[in-house]
Ligand binder design. Sequence first.
Ligand code: 1PW
Length: 215
Amino acid sequence: MADCEDQKFSLMEVLDTFKLCVSEQKEVYLQNYVEGWRGLVKFLNSLGSVFGFISKDVVNKIQILVNYLNGENGSQYITIQSMVKYELDNELVDMTKRGRQPESGSRTLLRLHRALRWLELFLERLRTSTEDSKTSVLCSEAYNESLAKHHPWVVRKAAGMAFCVLPGRPAFFEVMNVGPPDQVVAVLGEAVPLISEVYTITEELYTQHNLLDLP
Ligand code: 1PW
């Protein structure tokens, strides 16, 4: 996986994996979900080393899910719907406090799911931003509206510090690696609804099973 993280990020690639995520029956393929996140990790890494602590946690979580996918019960982990059903049916999820199943697929995916909302809000703000917008402001607004409420003070503080050193809008668009600004905006216009669909399907599944507060 180290090799894959070194490669250059392209927003198109992330877009492609998220496109493949959703089945006709509106199920979410875990493999593609994880691939999408791998692309995002490349993105985080190309933003600079301050994002190291963020990408490290995401990499750990990706690895937990990959281990399930490649494990002996991998066939139960094809979609997030089948994963949740399998883990609940077999009492593999700590429901109220962390205990025997501290790293269930369901609680691990929930962390990525919450972070995906941040990403969605942030990309949408970027899409509608103007030349003089500050990425750090867009990013922290998106964070405060979403993920921040799930993080303790110390993580919020560290995240806030990392946002401050985000590259400006032109450099940021450059890192996305899809061409001139108007093209970035067009690709974002495609990416945001896709990410949003994956987010909404997952949110509904977790709501339905009362899993939104898994410890
Ligand atoms: C600039 C675009 C950024 C988009 C990617 C967003 C990634 C967000 C990951 C934030 C991680 C912050 C540091 C880790 C905190 C963990 O404690 C936390 N993990 C997450 C993903 O929120 C909760 O995981 P835990 O401690 O319950 O295992």
